[in-house]
Each structure stands twice: as structure tokens, then as C-alpha cells.
Design a protein around this ligand. Structure first.
Ligand code: CA
Length: 516
């Protein structure tokens, strides 16, 4: 007798999101065996794993499979009421055409202002606010990465302990800078990402760029497009110094001058409107769109009402739900900008001879997500219900508050890097399958979609949205909890698990331009 034959030890539970749906999701953590009978007479014809879909009605071959009130695919053969629906008996629908969308037709009115919420942050001269006090050393080329790794060990051992108000020193290393088509039109993406990264609010406005001397991306270009191209006080080229020892001494001297400045920074009470939250998901499952992402959406609405900035991203996880987003654009220009980012990405994927269907992972499918359409409909729940106030191209810096679509790939590391460049000071990450993801530059709050994961990874998951699936908590309960957790984390009063263990993923630039 294997686990699939065991009678369920608990009441069988399923969730149907929208009354129009002809599928429901199994809630029970071990799945439900064939023969399971629900109160309404529905009997499962096969074992259906947790998070996977059961048919609520007979579906003819070619018939629509509906979840979230939207068509997520078509039946490849006849499906009976009580059958398990997965990627094997589903054919994916085409994405919504980009030239037939409702543009800014129903922007929601602003919610009631939410006042009185504050956090303890580091105010910067340019008006932005940091949630950490970090010295970031930029690099113009990968050639200096090994040297900087050595320098960082010396900095952390010899200098950082003398400046107790500075939380950390990080080196912004990357694979760009030379051996690339620096003048290709799309080279603007990695270059502006590096320019923007150096000025993340958590870095306090102290910029230092270490370069080699013969690379295509000259260090000064990270300061501004119009920099004279000569070494100034904020840049250094290794080839200008005699030997390794002299280089390390020169780097340490420049670093110490900046640590002295950053050590003067103090936290002060600032309104919640200074939060800049980047949201993304990774290792998604069928619960992502039922629990964690709707809770983030509820929290996103609270943040927008508090005057804060919320970014949602991941173009391939928005593309199939774009018809739900363009009506919410604040203006026709914002809707046009949204469509422009979708079209750019369609073309980018087509050049690589794939489409948005290349997004889903084996783990997504194991978690019950049959295809990218189902994943997208769950993913955009993060955006809540506010009007979409603006759109950023990859790596662009924020210039406004409210709900912003920051166009990025869905890849966790690339999305996180681009949101950092845009200016996020707090990151929220939902996961169903589980990931230890973290970033050195900002706190990452990880939210689990299922309580099983929160229990198994109690020392990695910061908030469990699973109780929404079992009815123990509402979406509003978890959304409010997340909002309050964000303020505590942004204040440095509560440490996220990734920071406790020192887990940080590499920064990963998005370079759509050719490598030479
Ligand atoms: Ca992601």
C-alpha cells in the first residue's frame, strides 16, 4: 500500500477561486486519493496531489479550462468531472493580442489615505531613504573582481570594525564591462543598471568605482554619461598604480574615507511613504496565486494608500494577464508603456526562438501550475487593485511613487538586481517550492505559499501565507501582518532569515546586447 492509496486522515479540502472556474485546487498537504468524495457528490477519479487541479465538470476535448475566471488552456482530450488536470491533458492558449487591449479604461480611484505609519530609516541628501547603511563599491569590469574579493577581506577585517554604524561593505561585481558590444542599442540596459545600482538608497550616496584601465566601460561612465572620462575622486583604475600592494592600499584609503562619512548616518523616524518595495516570486506553485500573492496584493494596496512605492515586475509572468492590467493604467501613456514592454519582450524571446512558455520550471509544474498562463494569473495578484501609476524600463531609476510596473525578466536574480537598480529599499519574495534567496544590499522578506514549507523551512521563511488556504486566516490578515513586518524590518528592529544567515545571491545583469 503506498501513500496514494491511504484514506485521507482529514476532511478533503479544495479551493475554487472564481465562480466561473471549472477546476478547483487540492488543499490537503498529502494530496487526495482516488475515490475521495466531497460533500457535493464530486468523486476524484485519480490521485490528485496538493496544489493540483481537479475538474469540477465534464470538459469535452478542446473545451476551455477556466481558473481565476480566465481560460488557462484547452483540454487535449475528454476530461471527466473528478479527473486530475495537469500539463499532460492541457493545451496552452495564445497570449492576449497586444493591439486589442482596453487601455486605461478603468483606473481605480485612489484609496483612502493611510496615515500614522512610520519606520526608522536613513535619510539621504537626494531625498531617498535607506533601510540599511552599506558602503557599496562599484566595479566597471569583471577583471577587477578577484582583486576586490581580496580587498573586501581586508576591509572587513581591518576597517569595518572601526565604523560601527556601518552595517556592511559590498562589492558590486558583474560579468559586464569588456568583451561586449558597448555601443549596441540594447547595451543601454546593463550600463544604466550599473549607474543606477551605485545609487541605491541603502548606499548613502557614497559612490566609488574601481576599474582596470583598458576596458570598454570606463569607470567614469558609471558616474554619468557626460563624465569627462578622466579618473576623478570617485573612480580608480588599477593600471594607474604600481603593483598589487599599492592597488590594495589605494582602494583601502578610498574606502576608509567613505566609511567615515557613512558612519555619521543615523536612523530617524520617517513616514511609511518612504518605503520602496520590490515584489517578486520564485519557485511558484498553485498556491502562489491563492495565498501569498493575494496577501502581497492586499499589502501593496496598503502601501500605495500610505504613499509608498511598490514595484511589480517579471514580464513573462505578466504577459498572459496583460488584458487585466492595461485597463488599470492611470493614463493612456502608462498603458502604452506597459504594452511597449510586453512587445519588446515578445520580440526578444522570438529572437531566441522561444515564447513566454519557456518560463515555467519543472518545480512549477510539480507544484500544480500547468503552464505560464496559470502562473501569470497567480503572479499578477501581487499588484493588488490600485491604479498602475508608471512603467520603468529595465534598470531605470524611479521618479514617482505609487504602484509601478518595473519591466524585468522573471529570473529571480536578474529581477532582484534590476529592482535594486530602480531604487528598492525592501524586497518581498513569495515562494511555494522554497528558495534560500537573499540579497546583500536590501532585506528580503520571504513569504511561503503553503504552511508545509513554512514548517519545514522555519529558519528560512519569514512569513507563512498558508493559513489563507485552510481558512485559518484571511488575505487581509496576512496582508496586514506583512505590512507591519515590513516596517519592523525596514527599521532594523527585526532581522530577516536571509540576513541572519548572511545569504546573498550574486547580482546578475540583464544584457540583451551581443557579447563580442
Ligand atoms: Ca522571479
Amino acid at each position: 500500500m503506498n501513500i496514494h492509496d491511504k484514506p485521507p486522515h482529514e476532511e478533503p479540502r479544495r479551493i475554487q477561486v472564481n465562480p466561473a472556474d471549472n477546476v478547483a485546487i487540492v488543499v490537503n498537504s498529502l494530496g487526495l486519493p482516488a475515490g475521495t468524495a466531497f460533500a457535493d457528490g464530486l468523486v476524484l477519479n485519480q490521485f490528485v496531489p496538493q496544489g493540483h487541479k481537479m475538474a469540477l465538470a465534464d470538459i469535452a476535448a478542446g473545451g476551455e479550462i477556466v481558473r481565476y475566471g480566465e481560460v488557462i488552456g484547452y483540454a487535449t482530450g475528454p476530461i471527466a468531472r473528478g479527473d486530475w488536470i495537469n500539463e499532460n491533458n492541457t493545451r496552452m492558449a495564445e497570449p492576449p493580442p497586444l493591439d486589442a487591449l482596453e487601455m486605461a479604461t478603468r483606473p481605480p480611484p485612489p484609496g483612502e489615505p493611510l496615515t500614522g505609519y512610520t519606520f526608522q530609516g536613513y535619510r539621504n541628501a537626494d531625498g531617498t531613504v535607506g533601510t540599511k547603511n552599506i558602503l557599496a563599491i562599484s566595479t566597471s569590469v569583471q577583471c577587477v573582481a578577484g582583486t576586490m574579493e581580496y580587498a573586501l577581506k581586508r576591509i572587513k577585517a581591518d576597517l569595518l570594525p572601526k565604523y560601527p554604524n556601518v552595517d556592511d561593505v559590498v562589492v558590486l561585481t558583474h560579468a559586464y564591462g569588456c568583451g561586449v558590444a558597448i555601443n549596441a542599442p540594447q547595451a543601454v540596459v546593463p550600463i544604466r543598471t550599473l549607474q543606477s545600482l551605485a545609487r541605491n538608497p541603502n548606499f548613502g550616496g557614497e559612490v566609488l568605482v574601481i576599474g582596470l584601465g583598458c576596458e570598454k566601460l570606463v569607470p567614469e561612465r558609471l558616474l554619468s554619461e557626460t563624465a569627462p572620462g578622466e579618473p576623478g575622486p570617485d573612480t580608480m583604475r588599477m593600471q594607474d598604480h604600481e603593483g598589487f600592494g599599492a592597488n590594495i592600499a589605494a582602494i583601502l584609503e578610498r574606502v576608509e574615507a567613505r566609511l567615515k562619512v557613512l558612519n555619521q548616518r543615523k536612523r530617524e523616524t520617517v513616514p511609511a511613504s518612504e518605503l520602496v518595495v520590490g515584489m517578486q516570486c520564485g519557485g511558484s506553485d498553485a498556491f502562489s496565486g491563492l495565498t501569498a500573492n493575494p496577501a502581497l496584493g492586499y499589502c501593496a494596496d496598503l502601501l500605495v494608500r500610505a504613499g509608498a512605492t511598490v514595484m511589480f515586475s517579471e514580464v513573462t509572468e505578466v504577459r498572459d494577464a496583460i488584458h487585466l492590467l492595461t485597463p488599470r493604467a492611470a493614463t493612456k501613456e502608462v498603458a502604452d508603456a506597459l504594452v511597449e514592454q510586453m512587445r519588446w519582450y515578445d520580440d526578444y524571446l522570438a529572437q531566441g526562438k522561444v515564447d513566454r512558455g519557456a518560463n515555467t520550471t519543472p518545480g512549477n509544474k510539480k507544484g500544480g501550475l500547468s503552464n505560464i498562463i496559470e502562473k501569470s494569473l497567480g503572479s499578477v495578484a501581487k499588484s493588488g487593485s490600485s491604479a498602475i501609476a508608471g512603467v520603468l524600463k529595465p534598470g531605470e531609476k524611479l521618479t514617482q511613487k505609487g504602484l509601478i510596473f518595473a519591466a524585468t525578466p522573471a529570473s529571480d536574480f536578474v529581477c532582484g538586481t534590476l529592482q535594486l537598480a530602480s531604487g528598492m529599499n525592501l524586497h518581498v519574495f513569495t515562494t511555494g517550492r522554497g528558495t534560500p534567496y537573499g540579497l546583500a544590499a536590501v532585506p528580503v522578506i520571504k513569504v511561503s505559499t503553503r504552511s508545509d514549507l513554512a514548517r519545514r523551512w522555519a529558519d528560512l521563511i519569514d512569513l507563512d501565507a498558508g493559513p489563507i488556504a485552510t481558512g485559518e486566516k484571511t488575505i487581509a490578515d496576512v496582508g496586514q501582518e506583512l505590512f507591519e513586518l515590513m516596517l519592523a524590518v525596514a527599521s532594523g528592529e527585526k532581522q530577516v532569515w536571509a540576513d541572519k544567515w548572511g545569504l546573498a545571491n550574486d547580482l546578475t545583469l540583464f544584457n540583451p546586447a551581443p557579447v563580442t
